[in-house]
Design a protein around this ligand. Structure first.
Ligand SMILES: [Zn+2]
Length: 120
């Protein structure tokens, strides 16, 4: 007998699925197959991130950190403007791969705007 973690009832072991490592699952079979969880599983497409997407995510976090610190660095000899440029360049691959075109436009605008501010 084993207790299900969803319905909290004690049921015989054949009511539980076995995992790959041979141990029994914590949820009994009848709780696993509710019509709602079935619908939810149908709607979610399971997939892993590609290498480019993972790299883009990490660069994006770094870029966000640069953009976050930039407003506080602007008074010091305009270092903030350069960190804005670096942040925009680092964030661009992530939003490009995710096809978040509004953020792509914002990053490009950041590049052009602060590029003109520094070099114009
Ligand atoms: Zn159950």
């Amino acid at each position: 007998m084993k207790k299900c973690n969803v319905c909290k009832k004690r049921k015989p072991e054949f009511r539980f699925k076995r995992k790959d490592d041979g141990t029994l699952k914590k949820t009994c079979k009848s709780c696993e197959r509710s019509w709602w969880s079935h619908i939810l599983r149908l709607m979610v497409k399971e997939r892993r991130l590609t290498a480019a997407e993972r790299l883009g995510n990490r660069l994006g976090y770094m870029g966000s950190a640069f953009i976050m610190t930039s407003p506080y660095l602007l008074p010091y000899d305009n270092i903030g403007a350069y960190t804005y440029l670096v942040g925009a360049v680092l964030s661009l691959p992530q939003v490009w791969l995710a096809k978040q075109w509004n953020l792509v436009v914002i990053n490009l605008n950041l590049l052009v705007g602060y590029g003109l501010y520094i070099f114009g």
